[in-house]
Design a protein around this ligand. Structure first.
Ligand code: COA
Length: 195
């Protein structure tokens, strides 16, 4: 069944617990200030997302907070009540391409490398399946973002194309971006290459 809107029951059902105590839920307006802190820092670093490093709050909010968009949602991961990561899920294309999801994640830099990104990614992928998306596509994974690429590949994504010099890295170089894809119709569990 195609998803139509997020109900209170959905929000309650979506609250999950990871082993490290992180909870996941749909973002609400009150989360924005903490999401903005994460987003502005990630954007300012200029090494992982296309957002202008000096993106203003209104533009960031418009891009990230997807309330009201059909079969889309913004999520937060919280730890002890604090937002430590955020994610977006939406159709990658309108109309005849809207069976493929697009998603994006940002873990607060201070919380990175602790397993939150992996658990949160698994949560959002499960949500995409629940919403009947058949696949998930990332349109611009920066080729130097080794952590993200390792994570996505370990979750079953493959690089289906590379656009040379498409990203103006804050380091000054022109860097390639990868388009990555995962078939969500396959029931297989995500692959974890490292023990
Ligand atoms: C990319 C990101 C979402 C990963 O989340 P995270 O919480 O830091 O990652 P995790 O701790 O869950 O680690 C996930 C995987 O990343 C890889 N990884 C972690 N640290 C790494 C490092 N220093 N170098 C290379 N790979 C690394 C590993 O494959 C790890 O898998 P493991 O569980 O087998 O160890 C997060 O770092 C982030 O938000 N970065 C900034 C924004 C961004 O790059 N978003 C993605 C854009 S495509």
């Amino acid at each position: 069944m195609w998803w139509s809107s997020w109900s209170v029951d959905d929000v309650v059902r979506l609250i999950g617990m990871a082993t490290h105590g992180t909870e996941y839920r749909v973002a609400v307006d009150a989360d924005w200030i903490q999401i903005w802190l994460i987003m502005s820092e990630v954007a300012r670093r200029g090494d992982t997302y296309m957002y202008a490093p000096d993106i203003d709050e209104a533009a960031a909010r418009s891009a990230w907070m997807l309330d009201g968009v059909h079969r889309a949602a913004t999520f937060v991961a919280t730890l002890g009540g604090d937002v430590v990561a955020t994610a977006c899920l939406k159709p990658n294309q309108p109309g005849l391409g809207d069976h493929i999801a697009n998603a994006a994640w940002m873990v607060a830099p201070a919380s990175a490398g602790k397993g939150i990104g992996r658990a949160f990614a698994e949560f959002v992928i499960d949500e995409a399946r629940r919403l009947s998306y058949r696949g998930m596509q990332f349109n611009a994974v920066v080729a130097t973002n080794a952590r993200a690429i390792a994570l996505w590949e370990s979750l079953g994504f493959t690089i289906v194309g590379t656009v040379p010099e498409a990203f103006r890295h804050s380091g000054g170089e022109l860097v390639a971006i990868h388009i990555m894809h995962r078939d969500l119709s396959l029931p297989d569990a995500p692959v974890r290459p490292r023990l």
